[in-house]
Design a binder for this molecule. Structure first.
Ligand SMILES: [Zn+2]
Length: 118
């Protein structure tokens, strides 16, 4: 969540707004040790947006707050969900790569990814 390396906590995780550094500048941990490793982050970000959409939909069905505010409920929920998915992208990416680190899907230097001893 601090957007730092999950191993040493010092190296910056992102370069630019959406870019992920290939390696930690401090400890040489290789973040994307396999192709498509970023897909889980997309799933988490999409899930956060979908969860907001579901909660807003339930609130609208029960209490009608969006309709009472004079807005179109369908478009309001859709736009809020897409905006939430976009805002959640970076924290989702940091969370996903922390999970990959925790389960040994990252490696140092040019070593293959995976648990030690494989
Ligand atoms: Zn590091």
């Amino acid at each position: 969540m601090r957007e730092r390396c999950p191993h040493c906590g010092r190296g910056r995780f992102f370069s630019g707004f959406f870019g992920l550094r290939p390696r930690c500048t401090e400890c040489d941990l290789r973040y994307q040790a396999s192709d498509g490793a970023w897909l889980g982050a997309l799933g988490i970000g999409y899930g956060v947006g979908a969860l907001l959409g579901i909660l807003l939909g339930i609130a609208e069905v029960v209490w009608h707050p969006i309709w009472r505010a004079g807005l179109d409920p369908l478009w309001t929920i859709a736009i809020a969900s897409v905006a939430m998915s976009t805002l959640a992208y970076l924290p989702s990416k940091a969370l996903w790569f922390a999970i990959l680190y925790r389960w040994d899907f990252m490696a140092f230097g040019d070593a293959p990814a995976g648990p030690p001893g494989d």
